[in-house]
Design a binder for this molecule. Structure first.
Ligand code: ME8
Length: 506
């Protein structure tokens, strides 16, 4: 089973294109694995406890629960707008999660990995994380550039220091545990310095999950949040499902929260005697004007602003095609318009438009099946389709850019095929009627295969194209290894319809 997770986001504001980036990549990955016939469980959700949320609620004059109930609807709306196909949405205020937090932390406690001690440290509420003096930049949090607070309390500690070597051993034995490699090296460097024990509870906060052995303290929000991944897999309420679903196939995260996922979380799991996830995949940041786009600065862009201009699939395509998974990536409206016009309006849009036009103009939409595609021009298309099918593996490995480049080579080949075979000339010559059928059939077949291959990235467009082609069922219904292979387009009635992607003005 492919159990794939996104971070659970803080419901302190509406989701922006940064949070949406991770979530769209996860959706395309999940859709790809479903397309190749795997059983998939894709999880997202919200991280609702902790000081940051308590403060956000207070500043809006609401209780924390009222606040999160209010904000979470914005997440559902945004994810629906982006056509995301998650199997589960976990909220850390749900009973299934609170029970699991208590069960997992109790196991860590029973294993002798906790102790009570006085803590004094520098805390950034936006990160919900501690920093050492040397990590600060001009005395401020290195991620948010905001002042940190001094926290001093009697807290429960987790013996994280015990796990530096076991983690190094695990990473050495499982080179794909952290991807990409630069991030793995970063984590290894951090572990090689040794780990300090960390505070895992809060005495001064009530908005959280009380520790089962000391109800006067609530779990530190990260020791609550990370556990969501096992809660949603049924750790406490469905052991049979947990046995099938865990370990997770991959946790998808931004690089800002890599340390929590690649160090704290596996150490917690080791302590609780739970197997580690197969992989932590960390991507870079979306930058706007050279800065990380975030809720706390004025560069925030909301998905709905872009969807209004580019449509949902224009949106999805841009982020899946133009952002390499791993490095930081600058976002610009100009770049997005350019890509939309070049790839969607021109390459795919025109191919569909021209091909369906030919079918309507010269065959009244009735397309005959042909014997095969053995002519040399068609063989080029067959090869391009095979290449695209191979490139599709990229979707399953967080390389959607490569997958889509492969699919677009097929569309490029199909456009070149129409230029070379010029069906509009063939139509004028009654003796070329059979050749015209042959050419038309091949161009339609390129669109049929293309509809299947774009479906992880652009499910709505794939479905629309499918119905224009007059095909029964849905493009993502069959096993990719069979349906994605270039064959003979079945006899059908095609409908031209409206253009898929009308050109945008720059
Ligand atoms: O960290 N570019 O929640 P969060 C790319 N609740 N991705 C971005 C981004 C940007 N500019 N801004 C945000 C939390 N993200 C915790 C997680 S998990 C157990 C708990 C994405 O709402 C990216 O995936 O601050 C990042 O890791 C995540 O949003 C942080 O979301």
């Amino acid at each position: 089973m492919i159990y794939l997770t996104t971070p659970i986001y803080y419901p302190n504001d509406r989701p922006h294109i940064g949070t949406a980036y991770t979530t769209v990549v996860a959706d395309a990955t999940a859709r790809y694995w479903r397309l190749v016939g795997e059983e998939v469980y894709a999880l997202t959700g919200t991280d609702e406890h902790g000081l940051k949320i308590a403060l956000a609620a207070e500043s809006h004059g609401m209780t924390p629960q009222e606040w999160v109930d209010h904000i979470v609807t914005g997440f559902h709306e945004a994810w629906d707008l982006l056509d995301l196909s998650f199997d589960d949405f976990i909220r850390t205020t749900e009973a299934r999660h609170r029970d699991t937090v208590r069960d997992v932390l109790q196991r860590m406690h029973d294993n002798g990995d906790t102790y009570l001690s006085r803590y004094e440290g520098l805390y950034c509420v936006s990160c919900e994380a501690y920093y050492t003096e040397s990590e600060l930049i001009d005395g401020n949090c290195p991620q948010h550039g905001k002042p940190v607070q001094i926290h001093a309390e009697e807290n429960w500690f987790f013996r994280l220091s015990r796990y530096a070597q076991p983690l190094l051993d695990h990473i050495a034995a499982n080179p794909d545990f952290i991807i990409p490699e630069t991030r793995r090296n970063e984590v290894v460097g951090f572990l090689e310095q040794g780990l300090d024990d960390i505070s895992m509870s809060r005495a001064s906060l009530t908005w959280g999950v009380p520790l089962p052995w000391d109800e006067s303290q609530v779990a530190y929000v990260w020791f609550d949040a990370l556990i969501n991944y096992v809660s949603a897999a049924g750790y406490s309420d469905d052991p049979a499902r947990f046995a099938r679903q865990w370990p997770a196939w991959a946790h998808l995260v931004g690089k800002d929260i890599l340390r929590f996922h690649a160090v704290y979380w596996p150490a917690m799991l080791m302590s609780a005697g739970i197997p580690l996830p197969r992989q932590i995949a960390a991507h870079g940041w979306l930058l706007v004007g050279g800065e990380k786009m975030s809720k706390s600065n004025a560069t925030q862009i909301l998905p709905e602003e872009l969807v209004a201009v580019f449509g949902v699939d224009g949106y999805r395509y841009h982020f899946l095609r133009d952002v390499s998974f791993g490095p930081d990536s600058g976002f610009s409206w100009e770049g997005m318009v350019e890509r939309f016009n070049a790839d969607l309006a021109n390459d795919l849009g025109n191919l569909a438009n021209r091909t369906l036009n030919i079918a309507e103009s010269y065959r009244q939409g009735q397309v005959p099946a042909v014997a095969d595609h053995s002519a040399p021009e068609e063989q080029v298309l067959v090869a391009a389709a095979a290449g695209a099918l191979e490139a599709m593996a990229g979707f399953g490995e967080f390389r959607s850019k490569n997958a889509l480049e492969g699919v677009w080579r097929l569309f490029g080949a199909a456009n070149a095929f129409l230029e070379a075979t010029a069906p509009w000339h063939l139509a004028k010559d009654p003796a070329a009627a059979t050749r015209l059928d042959q050419v038309l059939n091949a161009a339609l077949e390129a669109l049929r295969v293309g509809a299947i291959l774009i479906s992880p990235a652009m499910p709505g467009t794939a479905a629309r194209l499918w119905s224009m082609l007059g095909l029964p069922g849905a493009p993502d219904e069959g096993p990719l290894a069979e349906t994605g292979v270039f064959g003979v387009f079945p006899a059908s009635t095609v409908i031209k319809g409206e253009p898929l992607f009308p050109r945008l003005e720059t």
